[in-house]
Design a protein around this ligand. Structure first.
Ligand code: ADP
Ligand code: ZN
Length: 621
């Protein structure tokens, strides 16, 4: 067995490498430079932690990890201590004496890994310390985490990262590994150039997250839909619910709390101590549901988030993929759930129209929104479409709503033509545009006050849509809006002064009116409810496959873990992650030997917690 593999098993307690880990680790441990692109949860940390340990054994000294996420360093170092690895961090949260102590540990060869913030790394003082280590051959490796921060194209540009080119110039011969979860090629090229990684080997993984199940539902009564989703499929699980507005965050957090869900609000308008407190509780406590705006999530390194729900549609697929990617980093089943409706389309369009961007940029934004709408309306595999968006080809996944319950499809071409011609006729007659409700009334032949007022019962299309339900017509409208065959036009009511959206034809409407374009639609969930009435029983998603006895052990192990984590001031998953608890619960170990080989139990943890775990297992019988 290679030294890297021995470390994987003995120190981290994992049986096998995941995906490209082995190739990366062996390359870096042998002194090569690397650029690693791996999705969130892919297992990037081990890609530098194992080389650090292996190279330390070989006498190369300390590995320096550059990370912008100061808030996480404490937990990352805590996790390494739990595994018996000598590590420390240096950032602005340390007092002068503690910082001196850490520096001394580094200089005297006591550390395998040192985490440091970029602004600290490039100070003359710290570079001086590194110079000494380098001169003595005790500078083993640089790991540059979140490497996309070096790029202005990335979503999290940090000017301090530019200064990291010093590493390559000043410490010749010290290997470097840069890691990121950001996919696009522009950012990648920038990283290579700015960090001088032209000679580095590139390891680019698939961006697929196979353990995440994608579900997109039609929005009807979204609060109740969300409550049902959490209660039926994620009782007691940690999750994030994303909303667009701060007000909505507060309302929804309250509603979830009133329904017995451990929910907390998070948005940029809350005082920073409240935000900090809520974030800590989310990280530290079991089963917290964070209701948040997109202000929440960057750098949140919690592996056991079991679901990410969107009650409002994000702006584009990049945002959607990044936010949903925070679910299931531990590789266990997780769920990305989104509800969307016609109001989302209208709102997002309005935000683009009213924004300050120039027309060219607005066109780009509209195109990105349309791509997300197309995903939402899709009747085939969601994952195939998502990956295709990122330039990856794949086969139907078997783990999205459309694969699991193929939606019934109906041909909405006729309904779409009737809808568009009604809009045309009504406009022709009144020289005004009207909202969706009124157009549907005319199509369905309803004699309302407004219909009478405008004499719209006299238009030739009055009642031609009688055979369609309101829900079907709404679906047609969504689809036409999504594809641009229907436009929106803002009107101010003369009576009330309210601004509302009315429907208009667009240049793309013609092809649909002529019948040149087929309009295929998902049969609405309501219509097909009888077919998919199967309800899952409420259980934690991580433990869903366990037998009842094992379930009981799992629950007791979780309670025990919570106590230990609290005593150590660390998040629970640092002690053992859910996958490890599931492994223990399944095996029902009676002796220390039985615990060996369960994923996530390395030598140090076996020694520290083995007896305790056996006691909890025995008590659960
Ligand atoms: P990333 O930084 O890429 O988001 P992490 O390094 O945090 O991912 O790893 C995600 C999770 O996967 C962690 O809980 C980690 O312990 C686990 N993990 C990583 N590699 C392996 C492996 N080879 N076998 C089992 N679990 C692994
Ligand atoms: Zn699928």
């Amino acid at each position: 067995m290679s030294p890297a593999h021995t470390v994987l098993q003995d120190v981290f307690g994992y049986e096998a490498f995941r995906g490209p880990q082995q190739a990366i680790i062996e390359h870096v441990a042998a002194g090569g430079d690397a650029l690693v692109l791996m999705p969130t949860g892919g297992g990037k940390s081990l890609c530098y932690q194992i080389p650090a340990i292996v190279r330390q054994h070989q006498g190369y000294g300390v590995t320096i990890v550059v990370s912008p996420l100061i808030a996480l360093m404490h937990d990352q170092v805590g996790a390494l201590h739990e595994a018996g690895v000598k590590a420390a961090f240096l950032n602005s949260s340390l007092g002068w004496e503690d910082a001196q102590d850490v520096e001394w540990q580094m200089q005297s060869g006591q550390l395998t890994l040192l985490y440091v913030a970029p602004e600290r790394l490039v100070t003359p003082r710290f570079l001086g310390l590194l110079d000494d280590l380098h001169a003595n051959g005790q500078l083993s490796l640089f790991a540059i985490d979140e490497a996309h921060c070096v790029s202005q194209w990335g979503h999290d540009f940090r000017p301090e990262y530019h200064a990291l080119s010093v590493l390559h110039e000043r410490y010749v011969g010290v290997p470097r590994i840069a890691l990121t979860a950001t996919a696009d090629s522009l950012t990648r090229a920038d990283i290579v150039e700015r960090l001088h990684l032209e000679q580095a080997e590139q390891f680019i993984s698939s961006f697929d997250r196979p353990n995440i199940r994608y579900t997109i539902v039609e929005k009807k009564d979204v609060t109740n839909q969300l409550l049902r989703f959490i209660k039926h499929e994620h009782e007691g699980d940690a999750g994030v619910v994303y909303c667009l507005s701060r007000r909505r965050v507060e309302e929804l957090a309250k509603t979830l709390q009133d329904n017995g869900i451990h929910a907390l609000p998070y948005h940029a308008g809350l005082p920073s101590d409240v935000r900090q407190l809520h974030q800590n509780r989310f990280l530290r406590e079991e089963g917290v549901v964070m209701v948040a705006t997109i202000a929440f999530g960057m750098g949140i390194d919690k592996p056991d988030v079991r679901f990410v729900a969107h009650v409002d549609m994000p702006r584009n697929i990049e945002g959607y993929y990044q936010e949903t990617g925070r679910a299931g980093r531990d590789g266990l089943p997780a769920h990305a759930w989104m509800a969307y409706g016609i109001s989302d389309v209208v709102n997002q369009r309005r935000m683009i129209d009213e924004g300050n961007a120039d027309e060219q940029f607005k066109a780009v934004l509209r195109g990105k929104l349309d791509a997300l709408l197309t995903l939402a309306e899709a009747t085939d595999c969601r994952r195939v479409r998502l990956l295709q968006y990122f330039g990856e080809h794949s086969e139907p996944c078997g783990n999205c709503d459309n694969c699991l319950h193929p939606p019934a499809i109906w041909d909405g071409t006729d309904a779409a033509r009737k809808l568009l011609s009604t809009i045309y006729r009504v406009h022709e007659m009144s020289q005004l545009t009207f909202g969706a409700g009124h157009i549907m009334d005319v199509m369905r032949g309803k004699v309302t006050d407004k219909v009478t007022q405008y004499l719209h019962d006299k238009v030739s299309t009055f009642g031609i849509g009688k055979d369609y339900s309101e829900q079907q017509l709404r679906a047609v409208m969504r689809q036409l809006l999504a594809t641009g065959a229907l436009g929106l036009h803002k009107v101010t009511s003369e009576n009330s002064g309210h601004v509302f959206d009315t429907l208009t034809l667009t240049p793309q409407s013609r092809a649909v009116l002529r019948g040149d374009v087929q309009v295929l639609l998902r049969e609405s969930a309501a219509a097909s409810r009888t077919r998919s009435a199967k309800r899952s029983t409420p259980t934690s998603a991580a433990a869903i496959h366990l037998e009842p006895d094992a379930q009981a052990r799992f629950i007791n192990l979780k309670a025990w873990r919570a106590e230990v984590a609290k005593a150590h001031d660390l998040p629970a998953y640092v002690i053992f992650n859910d996958a490890t608890l599931v492994g223990i619960a399944e095996r029902n170990p009676q002796t220390l030997a039985d615990l060996q080989g369960i994923s996530g139990i390395g030598a140090k943890k076996l020694e520290a917690y083995g007896e305790e775990v056996l006691r909890v297992v025995r008590l659960s019988a």
